[in-house]
Design a protein around this ligand. Sequence first.
Ligand SMILES: C[S@@+](CC[C@H](N)C(=O)[O-])C[C@H]1O[C@@H](n2cnc3c(N)ncnc32)[C@H](O)[C@@H]1O
Length: 207
Amino acid sequence: MKNNYDNVASFYDTLSKLVFSRSQVKAQVALLPHIRPNSRVLIVGGGTGWILEEIARIQPETLDIIYVEISARMIALSEKRNTGGNKVTFLNQGIEQFETKEPFDVIITPFLFDNFAKERAEQVFHQLNRLAKDKWLFIDFVPKQSHRWQKWLLNSMYVFFRLLCNVEATHLADMQPFFEAAGYHPIQNAYYYFGFIKSIAYEKSKM
Ligand SMILES: C[S@@+](CC[C@H](N)C(=O)[O-])C[C@H]1O[C@@H](n2cnc3c(N)ncnc32)[C@H](O)[C@@H]1O
């Protein structure tokens, strides 16, 4: 199965901190205040689930969260998290297979799209866009790096995660044009880890 992080689930967070210190965490936590009480939230590719504990610190009880994660081991770790009084539904499946008629107030895709080849990135973007009502919290690596060390690091990560997780991407898909074309505008925008990581809170235009 493509893009499944089962083989690295037990040490993924440690590896992230070794390479990026807390940058990947900070880039996500900075956007969480955009989640309002009583929101319906979709998290795709949440990994070990630490984000659920961070969300509970900010909104401890009124959220209805759907947590879609393709890795069974990541789901097992996530289920052990303290999610406060929020309702969390864990779904062990690829987002491509997820169906619902109810839209979401907030969609969170933390380091999800960097796994996808262009066609899948485009397909998943349109799928999530149909489900998005208001905010989309997008966190990922930046596609055009001017620094040689960033290119080297990105390529090394792709080699490593292709071997262990069958990650299909060989380079980053640039998602910004998709957001622009679909009528999103950034309301919060920050860079982390010397400009290698970008976190953006998008708001969807009411058409
Ligand atoms: C790079 S990891 C990021 C984990 C977490 N967001 C973090 O920042 O610590 C990407 C995660 O997305 C999951 N994933 C990859 N493709 C997916 C898909 N099509 N549907 C749902 N989850 C997916 C992987 O299993 C993995 O846990």
